[in-house]
Design a protein around this ligand. Structure first.
Ligand code: SF4
Ligand code: SF4
Length: 429
């Protein structure tokens, strides 16, 4: 794709990088075939190629984003299915991130939208505040009939039962449960995850310590992904830097073999920390170190590690839902299924497995109609596989799908822990 930045126009470093990305696109349109919003809405401007044109026009001409452009870019899920499909390796993720940053800087959203986005950016990355507000959520039911749609969607997503805060999510070093320590890892507890499903981290700690690892739960409430995807760059960078400091402090204490992450949405962002801070060489070096340590739990655990659980899930029919951030963001496509199969499970995948379930960070709270359509489509495809249970590796997908899926929906780490000696996941009771 040719670019036509005006002669003499001063381009900041990020705009120069975006220009290089535009030039990689050969506008073949293959990406439209796997883009969820194009599939649903059929509008070229709601496809990756269309959004690339909108972003190019905005940056090339130094234009302020219009409402129309913002609407099309807001409808993007950042699911990154387009990056998996694109034969030219177009780095759409950094383009849309750049676009969101420009929107946040140059576009005045209507008051309710601004306030709602501010509210989400304040609450979700703070586990204690989020938990407190969820406790109040039942009171909101009275106001539901007069609420704007996004608030109704938020209320519908609140859990029926809120787990108590878990001691396992507090900063702590959990010793290896074997005679000899095999290694040492940091565990990032996650922000919304530790409030909504603390059993995921508890299962991960049991699993890793049983395998001989010392596990240090780091003192970082959020990785910055949620605010980063909302274009709130300074908040996201400050949150990410707190995480970077916490992980490097754990590394300084006694070395680390890995930073284990159990929410693939967080993993995608943490693995990109080096790029997030690339315009600040000192921060980029520290961020790059943390990114290099990051591993999804299913990447870190090997089939050999699960020998004790061989056949523990024998003949259990599991449908594996691969989160977009797992398959498109981190390109982890086979390992979680390989691990479950090593435990004897009969693993299936739903049709259209590449399509997003509509969760996508805060997307289900901001774009409830499209999110709801994608959720229903995903649930129909899962139902056709007739599973006994559904496994996935991202808290957002779990909460998006669990109320309609009709069978237990568990995190993969819970199954790996159960099969190798841990307790049965509570969802199976
Ligand atoms: S598939 Fe890649 S090269 Fe083709 S239009 Fe989409 S982004 Fe551009
Ligand atoms: S990230 Fe997803 S929704 Fe956005 S353009 Fe790419 S495929 Fe479409």
């Amino acid at each position: 794709m040719q670019t036509f930045f005006k002669e003499g126009m001063v381009k900041d470093a990020e705009t120069q990088r975006s220009e290089a990305i535009f030039r990689n696109c050969v506008h073949c349109g293959l990406c439209t075939g796997t883009c969820p919003t194009y599939q649903l809405l059929g509008d070229e401007l709601d496809s990756p190629r269309g959004r690339i044109y909108l972003l190019k026009d905005m940056l090339e001409n130094g234009r302020k984003p219009t409402k129309d452009v913002v609407d099309h870019l807001d409808r993007c899920l950042s699911c990154l299915a387009c990056t998996t499909t694109c034969p030219s390796g177009v780095d759409y993720m950094h383009l849309i991130d750049h676009g969101r940053k420009v929107i946040e800087r140059d576009y005045q959203r209507p008051l309710f939208e601004r306030a709602y986005r501010w509210f989400l950016a304040q609450v979700l990355p703070r586990p204690a505040l989020f938990r407190w507000l969820l406790r109040l959520a039942p009171l909101g039911g009275v106001l539901q009939p007069v609420m704007p749609k996004p608030l109704k969607a938020a209320l519908a997503l609140t859990p029926d039962h809120l787990p108590a805060p878990a001691a396992t999510d507090r900063p702590h070093v959990h010793p290896a449960a074997t005679d000899q320590r095999r290694g040492r890892v940091a565990l990032f507890p996650g922000c919304a995850q530790q409030v909504l499903e603390p059993e995921i981290n508890a299962a991960t700690i049991r699993l890793l310590t049983r395998l001989g690892y010392e596990v240090e739960v780091v003192s970082a409430p959020c990785c910055g992904a949620l605010t980063h995807h909302m274009g709130k760059t300074s908040q996201a960078d400050a949150t990410a830097m707190r995480m970077i400091d916490a992980v490097l402090a754990a590394d300084d204490r006694d070395g680390l073999d890995a930073l284990v992450i159990t929410a693939s949405g967080c993993g995608t962002t943490v693995k990109d920390y080096g790029a997030m801070f690339q315009d600040d060489p000192e921060a980029a070096t520290r961020a790059g170190k943390v990114a290099a340590l990051a591993r999804d739990i299913t990447e870190f655990v090997t089939v050999e590690d699960l020998a004790a659980g061989k056949d523990a899930l024998s003949e259990v029919k599991i449908t594996y839902h691969s989160a977009c951030s797992m398959q498109h963001g981190q390109k982890i496509t086979t390992k979680p299924k390989t691990l479950l199969k090593a435990l004897g499970a009969a693993v299936r995948e739903p049709a259209e497995g590449h399509l997003c379930c509509g969760s996508a960070g805060t997307y289900n709270l901001l774009q409830p109609e499209i999110s709801g359509q994608l959720k229903d489509r995903k649930l129909r495809n899962i139902a056709k596989t007739q599973p006994q249970l559904v496994a996935t590796g991202n808290i957002g997908c779990m909460k998006q799908l669990e109320k309609g899926v009709g069978v237990p929906l568990v995190h993969t780490a819970q199954l790996l822990d159960w099969a190798t000696g841990g307790p049965k996941p509570h969802q199976l009771d």
